[in-house]
Design a binder for this molecule. Structure first.
Ligand SMILES: *Cc1c(COP(=O)(O)O)cnc(C)c1O
Length: 468
């Protein structure tokens, strides 16, 4: 299996190199050269498999022989041992033809555990095989950081540095990062905003001497392996509810477009999905695009669903690539126009083709809160603000009576307790393994927004680790 860049200006890579590379050298994102195909009969034969067994079947074609099946099986099994529901991604019915898939049963309570638990293990496996070590550096507005730390802690071939904006992530989110005391985990609270954190990471990667000296690597949502691992729960939930003999609509609370793009990939691979409903909060660039055909930047505003407070959805580039018939030069040109003018159209035909597959809904803070309450009153399901946006968006979408709608619940309500309590009066409790989170000792270094100091800090920590 070869992977190609969405901007057609970087070398084609095999799976292992795509895993470690993250972003392509031309600034593009890697996608598989072609989509593996599963026939209806194959999909039918997957009924009754466990989540982990199905995961191996779905992902093996993407590895292109890079990892022997028995090794990969062991890695997948190990990845989901810390999940607190035997179904891994349990589904619950909340209406006549409406279901939710709970993707918050991993160790850090957000759906990002589903891909990242595996990605940490894949990194360690490939690095060890090559006799290399890597330094993972990432910026987080909350959920990615804890999921990445949890997947990389205590792995021999990895040091991980996660930078969060000081005072701007929730207490639960911060503590999920800073109370991990593994020697290879380094938390940094930066005096600045999330954008400052992201710029810092970009600048560290932009310094090629520093990057090469410490073998910097990233596990953010543009990493192909994350998308790959997210395809699995689309197959899992649809097959559990009758695929390939039923049709499905997925409603997905969306920020960087990674999660919903994985669903699009599942559809390309043969899963019977009719449509995707993209839920956005007040940062509604995607909803406005699907409605009008014009993608137009607006300032980011803070909302009750902070993991979706994003204006540039990086993974949307992967969808564009297909709609430009995989002409990377044309994609690069369109994105340059967007960067320069903060606004772009991709052409009537492409917009209409995308509208056939995607619908966008914007859900305001007020609607999110009343939605959390209404859904709780009607079904007993207590949802976090992100998950509620998915359900509310899904409820808006009209489908044929025999089509099943599945809304993805992306975080546990206890991860965003303030909004949930304001909406319902109920304080959601953290699950048992995290019950004493607020008694644990925190470990974090505070840093000014200064590139030189950050470089020195990272180098000094790496020196200390080598000496230890
Ligand atoms: C990251 C995140 C999202 C957004 O997912 P994308 O793949 O970036 O679209 C939604 N909900 C929660 C809880 C998240 O952590």
């Amino acid at each position: 299996m070869k992977y190609i860049s969405t901007r057609s200006g970087a070398p084609d890579l095999e799976f292992e190199d795509v895993l470690l590379a993250g972003l392509a050298r031309d600034g593009g994102l890697y996608v598989p050269e072609s989509w593996p195909q599963f026939s209806e009969n194959q999909i039918r034969s997957f009924r009754g498999l466990s989540y982990q067994e199905l995961a191996v079947k779905i992902m093996m074609p993407f590895l292109g022989g890079a990892i022997p099946e028995t090794d990969f099986q062991a890695m997948v099994e190990d990845s989901y041992t810390q999940f607190d529901d035997p179904a891994i991604a349990p589904i619950k019915q909340i209406g006549t033809n409406m279901w939710i898939a709970e993707l918050f049963h991993g160790p850090t309570l957000a759906f990002k555990d589903y891909p990242l638990q595996l990605v940490g293990r894949l990194f360690d496996y490939v690095l060890k095989k090559r006799g290399e070590r890597a330094t993972i550096v990432g910026a987080t507005s909350g959920d990615t950081g804890s999921a990445a730390i949890e997947s990389c802690r205590d792995r021999d071939a990895i040091e991980i540095f996660i930078i969060h904006p000081k005072g701007r992530v929730s207490d639960v989110q911060r503590r999920q990062m800073t109370t991990v005391h593994s020697g290879n985990v380094h938390n940094i609270a930066l005096d600045g905003t999330f954008d400052d954190c992201q710029d810092m990471v970009k600048n560290l990667f932009g310094d090629s001497d520093f990057r090469d000296a410490h073998n910097l690597s990233a596990v953010n949502s543009i990493n192909w392996a994350r998308i790959m691992a997210q395809i699995v729960y689309y197959f899992w939930t649809a097959i559990s509810l009758g695929a390939p003999d039923r049709k499905f609509v997925y409603a997905v609370p969306t920020g960087n477009f990674g999660n919903v793009y994985a669903g699009y990939a599942a559809k390309q691979m043969g899963l019977s999905i009719e449509k995707f409903v993209v839920g956005s909060n007040e940062n509604d660039i995607l909803t406005r695009f699907f409605d009008t055909g014009r993608m137009k930047m607006a300032p980011v505003v803070p909302t009750l669903s902070p993991s979706m407070d994003i204006q540039i959805s990086s993974n949307f580039e992967r969808l564009l690539f297909d709609h430009y018939d995989r002409d990377g030069k044309a994609v690069a040109k369109a994105l340059e126009e967007f960067r320069n003018h903060k606004s772009v159209e991709f052409g009537q035909g492409r917009w209409q083709a995308m509208q056939e597959q995607f619908e966008g809904y914007r859900v305001s803070n007020e609607e999110t809160k009343s939605g959390i309450k209404n859904i709780y009153d009607a079904t007993g399901e207590l949802l976090d603000p992100h998950s509620a946006i998915g359900v509310i968006a899904g409820q808006q979408c009209d489908v044929a009576p025999d089509t099943i709608k599945i809304a993805l619940a992306t975080a546990h309500p206890a991860k965003f307790p303030t909004a949930v309590e304001e909406a319902t009066g109920i304080h959601p409790e953290l699950p048992a393994p995290l019950a004493n989170l607020f008694e644990r000792e925190e470990r974090v270094d505070e840093m000014p927004n200064d590139l030189d100091q950050m470089r020195r800090f990272i180098e000094q920590k790496l020196e200390e680790r080598k000496a230890a």
